[in-house]
Design a protein around this ligand. Structure first.
Ligand SMILES: CC(=O)N[C@H]1[C@@H](OP(=O)(O)OP(=O)(O)OC[C@H]2O[C@@H](n3ccc(=O)[nH]c3=O)[C@H](O)[C@@H]2O)O[C@H](CO)[C@@H](O)[C@@H]1O[C@H](C)C(=O)N[C@@H](C)C(=O)N[C@H](CCC(=O)O)C(=O)O
Ligand SMILES: Nc1ncnc2c1ncn2[C@@H]1O[C@H](COP(=O)(O)OP(=O)(O)OP(=O)(O)O)[C@@H](O)[C@H]1O
Ligand SMILES: N[C@H](CCC[C@H](N)C(=O)O)C(=O)O
Ligand SMILES: [Mg+2]
Length: 509
């Protein structure tokens, strides 16, 4: 595409270029610039992309999009906000792919990954090809690609949507993080359905207040557009049991469709009964009421199911197919995943890394635990510090043997993260073992028949980030190793160490 043609879509009143090169690709990272690329300079949180313009030209950039004049040998197009312009250019360069896709966005503090996977399962059951973007990967039909962010920036998004279309995908579902909403990463995404799961504390390091966090989430509904598509309605799928829903209804002009358990909604779960293999409930929908059996436990799982049922119902998938899919659904990797290596107690790996999710998971476990509940819990470094004492408090409140440990410490001192957690539990009984593998071994070694060991926080993750290094680490593998090595020996006993810290500062993580 010629530069001049591309730029017409920016609708700038005064844009001047003195050359009109062919643009073969658009890039925001100088390291991947190729011959004929348009390089977009983004002033980021860490570095300023404008400083890499020279490097981009050396690698063959045909033009630069910048927020200031640059002394380079290729045309420089100056705009007020390169990030906003990037979304426009990416959308047009890749042929406005989201207009051709049925796009479902899911936002909320917890449940996005799970809900998008349930939606994927339902839509696949309806024999349609899907694409999924989220925390675990980008998945196009059966192919998976690794990701850095839950919601990538606009350039990657539109490139991915184009690839989906090229591969025959008709329906795409994506997690939409509050960071992405706040940073405009989803500008230009033409969503058909926007889903809200819930809003509880997280990410206050970034948003600072819950009001600002809620506002960011609300942008998804505000950005559903302010026109009525007569042949294709836009839907805001909202949780009627959440307070923020009232605000989001005001923020959107789209059709509102609700789901809930406690408050009246379009889709509801009634007569909920936990069974040996999951949960049974009456699924009430505007079309029919059916008793369903799902393989997942916990009220939070029912919310995710209801959200997915609602999103697919308004996407015109028939109820029969929806029910068949949710009854087959086995759960999502690293979410309430049971690790079975032949031991006589239950081990669960779960991605709970917020106070609310930890509380939900522990409350669910307590419904079926016959013996003690062990919880191995840590908090990520370089993330919301205010959730640390809260998560520690929840772990001590709902488990018999809370074991505080490291999650991904990142650039922070693991001991100081533990210290932040411990501030929430002064005088209470807990263990602190800074090395995560040792913490898991400790829990497994001390669990007995009928007990439940929850290993929380890292779910599907197969790594641990300590400082600048990333080590292989998979809670599920470590749990299996611990079970195999320790369970039969029965030789380690818990000493009641009260509030003493069972940590060794010299330990190598
Ligand atoms: C705080 C934040 O959101 N940061 C995001 C931001 O990074 P940044 O602003 O620091 O980027 P930067 O490193 O300063 O680079 C600026 C520009 O220079 C360019 N550059 C840089 C180096 C170079 O050699 N050449 C070059 O051209 C970069 O490509 C970029 O265009 O833009 C990057 C590219 O889009 C993101 O990957 C990055 O997410 C980081 C990794 C991150 O940790 N983000 C978290 C907070 C986040 O967004 N999380 C949510 C999920 C939360 C949840 O669901 O719980 C998410 O959606 O992932
Ligand atoms: N609807 C829900 N309400 C509360 N907690 C939930 C809900 N669904 C899942 N959880 C808990 O939150 C954890 C994370 O779930 P999931 O990965 O689906 O959320 P997410 O919103 O994608 O998280 P992230 O923002 O990190 O990507 C689960 O392991 C579970 O403990
Ligand atoms: N999307 C979340 C994931 C947290 C996962 C947890 N294991 C951690 O590292 O804190 C975040 O980036 O805050
Ligand atoms: Mg997720």
């Amino acid at each position: 595409m010629k530069l001049e043609a591309l730029l017409t879509y920016l609708h700038e009143l005064s844009l001047q270029i003195d050359a009109n090169p062919e643009i073969n690709s658009i890039e925001m990272d100088s390291r991947v610039v190729k011959e004929g690329s348009l390089f977009i300079c983004i002033n980021g949180f860490t570095v300023d992309g404008h400083d890499y313009a020279h490097q981009a030209v050396l690698k063959g950039a045909a033009a630069i999009l910048s927020e200031k004049p640059l002394d380079v040998s290729v045309p420089v197009i100056i705009v007020k906000d390169t990030k906003r312009a990037m979304a426009v250019l990416a959308d047009v360069f890749y042929g406005q792919p989201t207009q051709a896709l049925h796009l479902i966005g899911v936002t909320g503090t917890n449940g996005k990954t799970t809900t998008t996977h349930i939606i994927e399962k339902i839509i696949n059951k309806a024999s349609k090809k899907t694409g999924l973007i989220g925390t675990m990967y980008i998945k196009i039909d059966e192919e998976q690609y690794s990701v850095k962010n839950t919601t990538p920036e606009s350039l990657t998004l539109h490139r991915t949507f184009k690839e989906m279309l090229d591969k025959g995908v008709t329906h795409a579902m994506m997690e939409v993080s509050s960071h992405a909403l706040h940073q405009g990463r989803i500008h230009g995404c033409d969503f058909d359905v926007a889903v809200f799961t819930n809003l509880t504390q997280d990410h206050l390091d970034y948003h600072e207040t819950m009001e600002a966090y809620q506002f960011a989430k609300g942008l998804l509904f505000a950005q559903l557009g302010n026109t009525f598509h007569h042949d294709k309605a836009k839907y805001a799928v909202l949780n009627s049991d959440e307070r923020a829903t009232e605000e989001f209804i005001k923020m959107t002009s789209a059709k509102v469709f609700t789901y809930g358990i406690d408050h009246t909604a379009d889709v509801m779960a009634k007569n909920i009964v936990m069974t040996a293999r999951g949960t049974k409930f009456d699924l009430v929908t505007p079309l029919d009421t059916k008793t369903v059996h799902i393989n997942m436990v916990g009220k939070f799982s029912i919310y995710n199911i209801l959200a997915a049922v609602s999103a697919t119902l308004v996407s015109k998938i028939d109820l029969h197919t929806i029910i068949a899919a949710i009854e087959e659904m086995e759960g999502v990797r690293g979410r309430f995943e049971v690790v079975d290596a032949g031991q006589n107690f239950t081990v669960i790996v779960d991605y709970a890394h917020t106070p609310d999710s930890l509380e939900n998971v522990l409350l669910t476990i307590r419904q079926f635990a016959e013996g003690k509940v062990f919880s191995v819990v840590g908090c990520g470094g370089d993330r919301d510090k205010t959730k640390r004492p809260l998560m520690a408090e929840i772990a001590t409140k709902y488990s018999n043997e809370p074991i505080f440990t490291s999650d991904n410490p990142r650039s922070e001192d693991p001991m100081s993260i533990l210290g932040d957690m411990e501030k929430g539990v002064t005088g209470k009984y807990y263990h602190s073992i800074v090395n995560r593998e040792q913490a898991i071994f400790f829990a497994v070694a001390n669990a007995r028949k009928g007990d439940v060991v929850l290993i929380a926080g890292k779910g599907h993750e197969t790594y641990q980030q300590i400082g600048n290094e990333t080590f292989d680490f998979d809670d599920r593998e470590i749990a299996v190793k611990a079970i195999r090595e320790l369970v039969s020996k029965d030789n380690i006993k818990i000493s009641n160490i009260g509030t003493e810290r069972e940590v060794d500062n010299n330990e190598i993580l």
